[in-house]
Design a protein around this ligand. Structure first.
Ligand SMILES: [Zn+2]
Length: 312
C-alpha cells in the first residue's frame, strides 16, 4: 500500500510540475500587446507593440490575412509592427496572431482580439480632361505598362524596417482633400481618393516622410512624375504630380530629405501634391500616419548584428 501511495504521490507531483511549467511557458513569455491608435478605423494605419519577457530571435504574426514582421528594440524585449486596415475592410473584431521563436528554438504563440470601427468619408464630384476618364487604345497600353512598373515597385522586398520615429508630412501646407473621399470623374468613373491632397504652388520642395529606399522615380500617365519610397516590411509612401524628380530608383533617402518639386503632371485638376500610404496592397490615411507616435528603431544593420546567432 505504501508503495502505491508513494507512486500516486510522485505522479501527482509530476503532474503539478508539468502543469506549472506549461503555465509559465504560455503565460509569461508574452507581456503586454497594444495597438495605437486605441480605436482603429477602416483605412487607418496602426502600430502593434509587443512586450516579451524573453528576447525572441524572431517575432512574426498575422493580421487580417497579412503576414507581419516585427522589428525589435535594441534590447529585443519590445517589438513593433507598422500595419493598417484596408479602407474597404468590414468593421468588426479581428485577431492579431503572434508567433515568437526563442533562440533555443522554442515557439510561443499569443492571440489578441482587436476591434475595427467603420470610418465615414465624404463624396465629391470632379472634372478632369476627358482623356483621363476614357483613355484611347494607345493610352490604355501605357496605363497597363505603368501598372506593371508599380507592381514591381510594390513587390520590392526588405527584411527589416527602414523607418525610424514618427513619419512627417512631406510639405507644410493645407490639405485640400482628405483621404477616403468617394469621387466621380466627369460624372462617370467612381473611385476612392486613396491619398491626401495638399495645396502646393508649383516648385514647392517635397520631403521624404521617413527613411527608406526609392523603389520608383519616373513619369506615369495618371500619377505624373511619381516617387515611391519603401520604408521596409511592405510599408510605402507615394508622392505624385511632381514637376521635378530629385531622386533615382535604388537610392536610399533619409527622413526630411528633398525628393522633388511639386507640380501638376498626370491626372491633376491643378497644381497640388498627392501623397499616399500603402501597406501590403492597402491604402491608408496619411493624415493619421503623421499623428502616429512611432518609436526610434535601432538601424537594421545594428539589430541584425545583435541578433542571436541562431536567428535567420
Ligand atoms: Zn489626390
Amino acid at each position: 500500500m505504501i508503495a502505491i501511495r508513494a507512486a500516486f504521490q510522485s505522479l501527482l507531483f509530476f503532474l503539478f510540475v508539468t502543469l506549472a511549467t506549461q503555465a509559465t511557458a504560455t503565460d509569461h513569455t508574452f507581456g503586454e500587446v497594444t495597438s495605437t491608435p486605441t480605436k482603429i478605423m477602416t483605412g487607418s494605419p496602426c502600430l502593434f507593440r509587443v512586450q516579451m519577457s524573453e528576447a525572441p530571435a524572431t517575432l512574426a504574426g498575422t493580421w487580417q490575412g497579412h503576414d507581419l514582421s516585427f522589428a525589435p528594440s535594441s534590447n529585443r524585449h519590445i517589438w513593433y509592427a507598422l500595419a493598417g486596415v484596408d479602407v474597404e475592410a468590414a468593421p468588426g473584431t479581428y485577431e492579431l496572431q503572434l508567433v515568437a521563436t526563442i533562440p533555443d528554438g522554442t515557439v510561443h504563440r499569443e492571440t489578441k482580439s482587436i476591434a475595427v470601427a467603420r470610418a465615414q468619408f465624404p463624396t465629391e464630384k470632379l472634372r478632369v480632361p476627358q482623356r483621363y476618364v476614357e483613355p484611347d487604345a494607345e493610352t490604355r497600353v501605357r496605363i497597363a505598362a505603368d501598372k506593371q512598373l508599380k507592381q514591381a515597385a510594390f513587390a520590392h522586398q526588405t527584411t527589416s524596417a527602414e523607418w525610424s520615429g514618427s513619419f512627417r508630412p512631406p510639405i507644410q501646407s493645407t490639405v485640400t482633400e482628405g483621404f477616403g473621399t468617394r469621387r466621380t470623374f466627369n460624372g462617370k468613373l467612381a473611385s476612392i481618393h486613396n491619398g491626401l491632397d495638399y495645396h502646393a504652388a508649383p516648385g514647392t520642395p517635397v520631403m521624404a516622410a521617413n527613411s527608406g529606399e526609392i523603389v520608383l522615380a519616373r513619369e506615369l500617365f495618371y500619377e505624373g512624375n511619381c516617387v515611391i519610397i519603401d520604408h521596409g516590411l511592405g510599408f510605402t509612401t507615394l508622392y505624385m504630380h511632381l514637376s521635378r524628380l530629385e531622386v533615382s530608383e535604388g537610392q536610399r533617402v533619409e527622413k526630411g530629405q528633398e525628393i522633388g518639386l511639386s507640380g501638376s503632371t498626370g491626372r491633376a485638376t491643378g497644381p497640388h501634391l498627392h501623397v499616399a500610404v500603402r501597406w501590403q496592397g492597402a491604402y491608408l490615411d496619411p493624415a493619421q500616419l503623421w499623428t502616429l507616435h512611432l518609436p526610434e528603431l535601432p538601424s537594421p544593420a545594428l539589430s541584425t548584428a545583435s541578433a542571436p546567432a541562431s536567428s535567420r
